[in-house]
Design a protein around this ligand. Structure first.
Ligand code: C2O
Ligand code: CU
Length: 509
């Protein structure tokens, strides 16, 4: 606990709660000024129970690694400042757009009121350059969430407009830990290295073995070809104009510039993994240690699931834990071909062993036991239904012959037939992927249960807000209880796909 506190403070000094945080009425400024000049916290009269944050979007030069500077769009830094909230507390975020183009803020995985959801043209007008917009909501549910732009995601999300949002549970945490780190994964296109193979197929979690994932079908072949030949990602079949990603980062830095994770022997360490990538699934593993998955998209499992590696598709979050029982210096890295070399590694250093040389993960990727949806047992977290029952089939297609058009039931957003629901309705949505790329489908405003993957029912449905639907006839069935009224997007989280039209609308009245 002590270690965790200390660590939290050093990493989020600019977000620091002053000693009076518990008294309420404290506002936090996390905008540009605060980042440059240290913490600024000031009492805010007249609204004792609302915590206020200030955020600003602006362009900066960002150093991914020494000598590798890019133009990034940020909330001051990459990733933006981590917001730490308590479940149930009221939050006000005063957001200023200092970019040269419009933008919005979306609270991914947070059950916000519809008007606070940050979808331009649907829930609000885009925030114009120089303008300020105030977001207000209650922080729930607890868990690892994130916030990001929802405007022109092909550029804005890709260039760094994202950050963690952690909601600490009001009740005691079901999986206590001594220390925690938040790790945000991202892919970058810098033009300075050969392009990496694209994640085309998806994570094949339901098959339960990495062998199945790597070896199979067209995507597997493509990955091999591209891995060797450095073929540009944009040339991929079905890839359209997807940028050629060549650099991978953890918390905005490519190894060896990633900030080491310090641990002490005996500690239980939680890692909050967030995949902010536009295109890539990552497979996180830690040499010398196994990982226990405890949360899917921020929602606790019935019990931890121990694996060697955790595949994480764009927009997903996993909380994992490990017990620091193996002193030394280890590498947490991505097992996807080429990703570790492209920067996706960070050292895990045991106190007192700082001078040991880092040990890379050993063993063939195909032999790893990887997390997949079928391994987890979810908890009953969603409300009970009280209305009608509906079922929808949503066919995902597009990207043929390099086209940038992506569809749901043949329709491109905004020309879509919404799923019309009433509060309390129980709704089954079955996704069927007729395209040659995987689609991480994300629902705004409320989470859903994952009922089955590729026809195989899950014993105890996982609670999530993003689910990967594999390429080549991948099928996923989810169930939601329409609980949050408003117009909500249900969309693929790959920016090229969402802006290519792969979004639909869930209307809850
Ligand atoms: Cu991460 Cu439409 O959201
Ligand atoms: Cu997609």
């Amino acid at each position: 606990m002590q270690a965790r506190r200390k660590r939290s403070l050093s990493r989020r000094a600019f977000l620091k709660r002053s000693g009076q945080a518990g008294l309420g009425g404290l506002a936090l400024t996390v905008g540009a000024g605060a980042l440059c000049h240290g913490p600024r916290a000031f009492a805010q009269p007249g609204s004792a129970s609302t915590r206020e944050f200030h955020l600003e979007a602006r362009q900066v030069r960002w150093e991914l690694a020494p000598g590798k500077r890019i133009k990034a769009m940020t909330y001051g830094q990459v990733p933006g400042p981590e917001l730490r909230l308590h479940e149930g507390e009221r939050v006000r975020v005063v957001f200023t757009n200092a970019l040269a183009e419009p933008t919005t803020l979306h609270w991914h995985g947070v059950d916000v009121p519809n008007a606070m959801d940050g979808v331009p043209g649907l829930t609000q007008k885009p925030v114009a350059p120089g303008e300020t917009f105030v977001y207000e909501f209650e922080a729930r549910p607890a868990g690892t969430r994130w916030y990001h732009t929802h405007f022109a995601s092909v550029t804005q999300l890709d260039l760094g407009l994202y950050a963690p949002l952690i909601i600490e549970p009001a009740q005691s945490d079901p999986f206590p830990f001594d220390r925690e780190y938040t790790l945000v994964l991202d892919d970058w296109s810098t033009g300075s290295r050969p392009a990496l193979p694209r994640t085309v197929e998806g994570t094949a979690r339901a098959r339960g073995s990495m062998g199945g994932m790597m070896g199979r079908g067209m995507g597997g072949m493509m990955e091999c070809m591209m891995g060797r030949g450095g073929m540009r990602g944009g040339m991929m079949m079905g890839g359209g104009r997807t940028p050629a990603y060549d650099t991978m980062t953890i918390n905005g830095k490519a190894y060896p510039a990633t900030e080491p994770l310090m641990v002490r022997k005996g500690e239980r360490v939680r890692l909050r993994l967030i995949n902010a990538s536009a295109d890539h699934t990552h497979i996180v593993r830690l040499s010398g240690h196994r990982l226990q998955v405890t949360h899917t998209d921020g929602n606790p499992l019935a019990q931890p699931v121990e694996v060697d590696a955790v595949p994480i598709t764009p927009s997903e979050r996993y909380d994992v834990q490990f017990v620091a029982d193996h002193p030394g210096v280890w590498l947490l890295s991505c097992a996807e071909p080429g990703h570790a070399r492209a920067g996706e590694q960070v050292q895990v250093i045991y106190k007192g062993h700082e001078n040991a040389s880092p040990v890379a993960p050993a063993g063939a990727v195909g032999d790893l036991q990887a997390w997949h949806y079928g391994l987890g047992q979810g908890r009953t977290l969603l409300p009970s239904p009280s209305g009608q029952t509906h079922a929808f089939d949503l066919i995902l297609s597009g990207g043929m012959m390099g086209s940038d058009a992506w569809t749901i039931n043949g329709q491109q957003y905004p020309e879509v037939d919404p799923l019309r629901l009433r509060q309390g309705d129980l709704v089954r949505v079955r996704f069927l992927n007729h395209s040659m790329e995987a689609h991480p489908m994300h629902l705004h405003g409320q989470s859903f249960r994952v009922l089955s993957i590729n026809g195989r029912p899950l014993a105890r449905p996982l609670v999530k807000d993003s689910v990967d639907v594999e390429a080549h006839m991948g099928a996923v069935e989810v169930e939601l209880v329409a609980s949050n009224p408003g117009d909500w997007l249900f969309h693929c989280h790959k920016p090229m796909h969402m802006e290519g039209g792969m979004m639909t609308l869930v209307q809850i009245s």
